[in-house]
Write a protein of this length. Structure first.
Length: 119
């Protein structure tokens, strides 16, 4: 586990906890539904960071080090993709939170289509 990432997670957890406490003080008459919404909004922010950090930590493999049958192929031509290095890929997480992953990107040597393999 990356130390900077772990620190970021701790800070964010603290923010969630203290933010919720402050929110409660500012909304002493909140209904259960409002409390649920406030908590869920904060948790989904933390969740997005956990997902992003964990996914990043497991994405360091290079295709070329994989056995050929596990390397990604063009869906149309079924040729092995050429590695084009890492590109940032933005995904929609749960609750609409944007998650940025660095993923290997490849292009097909025949049709030139570029894609991120699943994962
Ligand atoms: Zn192709």
């Amino acid at each position: 586990m990356d130390e900077a990432m772990e620190k970021r997670w701790r800070e964010l957890s603290e923010e969630v906890l203290s933010g919720m406490k402050e929110w409660r003080l500012a909304h002493p008459k909140a209904t259960l539904r409002e409390i649920e919404e406030a908590a869920s909004e904060r948790m989904s922010r933390l969740e997005a960071q956990l997902v992003q950090g964990t996914a990043l930590a497991s994405s360091q493999r290079k295709w070329s080090q994989l056995p050929e049958e596990e390397q990604p192929r063009c869906r149309v031509c079924e040729l092995l993709l050429r590695e084009r290095g890492e590109h940032a890929r933005k995904l929609q997480g749960k609750g609409g939170k944007e998650i940025t992953l660095k993923r290997q990107y490849g292009t097909c040597p025949l049709c030139g289509v570029g894609l991120f393999p699943p994962g």
